[in-house]
Design a protein around this ligand. Structure first.
Ligand code: ATP
Ligand code: MG
Length: 252
């Protein structure tokens, strides 16, 4: 695999009792890009994410992450190697404050990297990092608020930042804008852009404006298979994609 690609899946397939939720999908994600995985409801996007994180075992296919085959690894190992799915690993603890949540995520990362020494300096460093991360998503005024009491949009921001705290090389985001109010979309896009710096993001998203703004590359799934891929402009003007999205014959 070329070093340009952080993730490569070939022939990825998932069968549920004879039904192919994902069928023979080839997917290459370029390092340091924001890559969108789109498609109509039931196209297999979430199943793909579950396969890539090995949360679900694939029926067939290979997954190579950073040059290593991972399709038989367990999800914890995959996460430790740097492929982390938001809202899976980084559950937000409602009974802890915003700052505590970020601190816990940072400590988890510290354990992962086997530098589990608790000198005063390390703790101060941790505290500073936690505060910086909280500030980076505009949550400083709520540092000491219990996560469970945050508004929906702020909770999603906290979830994203606890994922970033794990310093994953590749972040998978499944519909990060879902449930956000209109006014929260722009700040959330800014957040993702920020989170993507020096990393790679693979995201499932339905909002085309968000995709047009954020994503370098788009893969379109339909009925479990890749229908099209390319830049946003390329896929948006692809008649096959337009038909897939209208769920019919394109009006003809
Ligand atoms: N555990 C399962 N058992 C059986 N069928 C499943 C299972 N998980 C998903 N499916 C089916 O696989 C197909 C793809 O589902 P998936 O959730 O991956 O779609 P999606 O693209 O994420 O859709 P959405 O946009 O609605 O989130 C659907 O038809 C779904 O019903
Ligand atoms: Mg889904």
């Amino acid at each position: 695999m070329s070093a340009d690609y952080i993730l490569e899946a070939t022939g990825l397939t998932k069968q549920f009792r004879g039904f192919y939720a994902v069928k023979d999908v080839d997917l290459r994600v370029r390092r340091h890009s924001i890559h969108a995985l789109i498609g109509p409801n039931g196209a297999g996007k979430t199943t793909c994410f579950n396969l890539l994180t090995t949360f679900l075992p694939a029926s067939a296919g290979t997954i190579t992450f950073n040059g290593r085959r991972i399709e038989r690894s367990d999800p914890a190992t995959v996460a430790r190697r740097g492929l982390v799915r938001s809202f899976q690993i980084s559950a937000v603890f409602g009974h802890m404050t915003v700052l505590e949540n970020v601190r816990v995520a940072l400590q988890r990362k510290t354990r992962w990297s086997h530098t589990f020494w608790r000198s005063e300096r390390v703790l101060q460093d941790l505290e500073r990092k936690a505060r910086d991360l909280v500030a980076s998503v505009g949550l400083s005024p709520w540092e000491h608020t219990l996560a469970g009491e945050l508004s929906y949009g702020r909770k999603r921001a906290l979830e994203l930042v606890t994922t970033v705290a794990l310093e994953p090389e590749l972040i998978l985001l499944d519909e990060p804008m879902a449930g956000l109010g209109h006014e929260d979309i722009e700040p959330a896009m800014q957040l993702i852009k920020e989170a993507a710096k020096g990393r790679t993001v693979l995201m499932v998203e339905h909002n085309m404006k968000v995709i047009a703004h954020l994503c370098d590359h788009v893969t379109v799934l339909q009925s479990g298979s890749v229908l099209a891929e390319g830049s946003y402009e390329q896929v948006a003007t692809d008649p096959r994609v337009q038909v897939a999205y209208m769920g019919g014959d394109g009006g003809h």
